[in-house]
Design a protein around this ligand. Structure first.
Ligand SMILES: *Cc1c(COP(=O)(O)O)cnc(C)c1O
Length: 381
């Protein structure tokens, strides 16, 4: 799939796969029924929703009744945090999370903190890893929820969620994970990983934007977050986003079917990019790392004394797209809270760029991007 630009910002969003678009189109067209209606048209929409729910449930070893479609990762995180806090307010008011969560988790923690809850933010080590023992030590009698992301969107570290989940379970505490960067990219098993709630989003795995899900383990009586007509078994009202749900299911199927080959292909591209950058650009240093404990596609690099905003704009002029800091804070020049948390100074953080490699990137593109980058860094442009 050739384009007139090189897109290395797949952690921010991805191109919807053409197979996914094709699969969605009928649900905008002749199959426009409302799944809640009983005649044939609605029945076919309902079937599309059911098929997607089944594919997604299977992908994380859950059952279909545990999948609740939402508008995306942000809504799922909001529901998990606020819903759990409300559900368990008589049990306690303490929540354990990390300092490197996505803003969709952090902002809700701050909201809860302003409303009588106490939040402990666990700090990672300088690789980005959250130590399960640190989580364990932070547990109090009034702890009601632990929320730790499965993989970080800025540096790609994969957290030891199975161990953290086991600690949560041993202590009778609910465990939520933001798996938006992980779902469809690395294997997930909610049972083996002791996960009670999990957030995911369609547009990070070559699916459509504006669709996500929250997995809620059977037996957890969490209340609705969006109330109304009673869709999604009364837990998340609103007429279903049928094209989005259909596309999310198709995207999940494609991602799961090709996961292993894509993992190794993308890891090779990343390693090649890292090797060339380190060899050709003096002073370049990888933030976090690139081993097995990181997602295949994320490479975060700081460039000695070169402001990331400037580099990003110079790359943009050559139609090469990447990210300075996290995409959600673009427009503001805030220093990344993630880089800060792994011990990188403000000035080094401000020279950092995130390259995130995805399904449609080729080796030729990676080479062109590094050529451009080294041209900029070595003053040839
Ligand atoms: C993108 C992202 C989100 C937000 O998901 P949306 O579907 O864009 O709302 C949440 N958490 C992480 C880790 C993300 O990367």
């Amino acid at each position: 799939m050739s384009t007139s630009f090189i897109y290395l910002d797949n952690a921010a969003t991805t191109r919807t796969a053409p197979e996914v678009v094709d699969y969605m189109l009928p649900y905008f067209g002749e199959e426009y029924g409302n799944p809640s209606t009983v005649y044939g048209l609605g029945g076919r929409a309902k079937k599309a929703v059911r098929m997607s729910r089944d594919i997604i449930a299977k992908a994380i070893n859950a059952s279909s009744e545990e999948i609740f479609f939402t508008s995306g990762g942000t809504e799922s995180d909001n529901w998990a945090l606020i819903g759990a806090a409300e559900m368990l307010k008589d049990k306690g008011n303490h929540i354990i999370t990390t300092s490197i969560e996505h803003h969709a988790v952090l902002e809700n923690c701050e909201y809860l903190r302003n409303n009588g809850y106490e939040i402990t933010y666990i700090q990672p080590d300088n690789t980005g890893r959250i130590d399960p023992e640190a989580i364990k030590k932070a547990i109090r009698p009034e702890t009601i929820l632990i929320s730790v992301m499965m993989a970080n969107n800025e540096i790609g570290i994969i957290e030891p969620v199975a161990k953290i989940g086991a600690i949560a379970r041993d202590n009778g505490i609910l465990f939520h994970t933001d798996a938006v960067q992980a779902f469809g990219h690395i294997a997930i098993d909610v049972d083996a990983m002791n996960i009670d709630m999990l957030s995911a989003s369609g547009h990070k795995l070559n699916g459509p934007k504006g669709i996500g899900f929250l997995y809620i383990r059977q037996g957890i009586k969490m209340d609705a977050y969006i109330r109304g007509g009673g869709q999604e078994r009364r837990r998340r009202s609103g007429t279903e986003n049928v094209p989005g749900i259909a596309g999310f299911g198709k995207a999940t199927e494609l991602a799961i079917d090709n996961m292993e080959t894509e993992q190794s292909r993308i890891t090779e591209l990343k390693n090649h990019m890292a090797e060339r950058i380190l060899a050709e650009i003096p002073g370049a240093v990888i933030n976090g790392g690139i081993g097995d404990e990181y997602l295949p596609g994320i490479l975060n690099v700081r460039f000695d004394g070169k402001q990331s905003e400037t580099t990003m704009i110079m790359l943009d002029m050559q139609n090469i797209y990447c990210s300075a800091g996290s995409a959600c804070s673009t427009g503001s020049i805030d220093v990344s809270h993630v880089l800060k948390a792994i011990g990188i100074s403000d000035s080094d953080a401000q020279t950092s760029l995130r390259f995130s490699i995805g399904r449609y990137n080729t080796l030729a593109e990676i080479d062109m991007a590094v050529d451009a980058l080294s041209g900029i860094m070595n003053g040839r442009r």
